[in-house]
Design a protein around this ligand. Structure first.
Ligand SMILES: [Zn+2]
Length: 203
């Protein structure tokens, strides 16, 4: 008997919908009619850091690998979304908040529920700790990646160790505290520092 591997599995869309002309960063699409067959096509003009996107080491240091050079296996696999909804505004995320939830080789997503300036931040010790054990880090707008943008500890520790960073995810409240399969593949464009992704969680 055959069975459908995705049967009874919940799929959560982790990418926000982007609307051309309505975003804070550049996003324009220009549709045109192809001469040959009269089909509709589009030119896309967008920033590489808009909506859910995954950053390569090149983003931090122009001598490091671009997004197309990284092993495709980095961008999907077993993931955990650590539920940090007990944290206070502007509080540091410490190793002890993560160590009982994170396994070696995990894709680690973080969610606090506190948006914007007041979001808890990843301490530099935590960034260093993560860089020694995880495959990829993902956040939404309820986590501050950096304690300070002078230090850039998270960018440095993770990207210099070829650990991509996923930003601007959505719906992490629906997966917080859960373990699942994460998939978010970048475009294969040479020289790109970061790529928009359609990210999903398969529970
Ligand atoms: Zn970015």
């Amino acid at each position: 008997m055959t069975y459908n591997i995705l049967e009874n599995r919940e799929v959560i869309d982790l990418s926000p919908l982007l609307v051309p002309g309505k975003e804070k960063r550049r996003l324009t699409i220009r549709s045109f009619i192809a001469e040959l067959d009269k089909t509709t096509m589009c030119d896309i003009d967008m920033m590489s850091h808009l909506g859910a996107h995954v950053e390569s080491p090149l983003h931090f240091n122009s001598c490091l690998p671009d997004i197309s050079s990284l092993d495709i296996r980095k961008f999907f696999g077993e993931a955990v979304c650590v539920d940090l909804r007990y944290k206070k505004p502007r509080e540091a995320i410490l190793v002890k908040d993560l160590d009982e939830h994170v396994k070696e080789g995990d894709i680690v997503l973080l969610h606090s529920g506190i948006k914007g300036e007041d979001a808890p931040y990843i301490s530099k010790e935590t960034a260093e700790w993560l860089s020694k054990r995880i495959k990829m880090l993902g956040i939404d707008d309820t986590i501050n990646l950096e304690e300070s943008y002078d230090l850039m500890a998270s960018h440095k520790h993770l990207l210099e160790n070829n650990i991509p960073i996923i930003e601007m995810l959505t719906n992490l409240d629906k997966v917080a505290g859960k373990r699942f399969i994460y998939i978010g593949l970048p475009l294969k464009i040479k020289g790109l520092d970061s790529s928009p992704i359609r990210a999903i969680a398969i529970l």
